[in-house]
Design a protein around this ligand. Structure first.
Ligand SMILES: [Zn+2]
Length: 139
């Protein structure tokens, strides 16, 4: 097992990295930020269409804030800091839009499928959803 020990720890450093709490924050930020790609890929493959689930935006937000913290408190590189300084804005906006869309979805009382907002009929069973507008019920 000395070969494994020598492979992992050399020069007194684990994987050749001088570890600190900010290194852990930076690597954790990298892992969280990078993991979003696999989450989005999985969701797309599962539905066989391009999908960006809400967890993608959460991973983007958390990962970029961890990387911004690393840049601000450890790295200090202006290029690195600027790369993550404003990315949280579209991530939070997309989470707000996703939440509003989810709240407006309609449950079919007949088959329990979740239908898009403002649907007049269930896409799965054809059951009429919601209340008809006055001009629709007059005809
Ligand atoms: Zn239905």
């Amino acid at each position: 097992m000395d070969w494994l020990n020598n492979l992992l720890i050399y020069d007194g450093k684990f994987l050749g990295v001088q570890w600190s709490i900010w290194k852990v924050v930076g690597w954790l930020g990298n892992a969280v930020f990078f993991s979003r790609v696999f989450v989005q890929w999985y969701a797309t493959e599962k539905l066989k269409r391009v999908v960006v689930p809400a967890i993608f935006w959460w991973l983007s937000l958390v990962g970029s804030l961890l990387l911004l913290s690393y840049g601000l408190f450890h790295n200090g590189d202006s290029v690195f800091i600027l790369a993550y300084a404003f990315t949280w804005i579209p991530y939070i906006r997309n989470l707000i839009i996703h939440r509003r869309h989810s709240a407006a979805e309609m449950d079919c009382p007949h088959c329990s499928k979740i239908c898009p907002p403002h649907s007049c009929f269930c896409f799965a069973c054809g059951t009429r959803l919601g209340v008809l507008e006055p001009e629709q019920s007059a005809s």
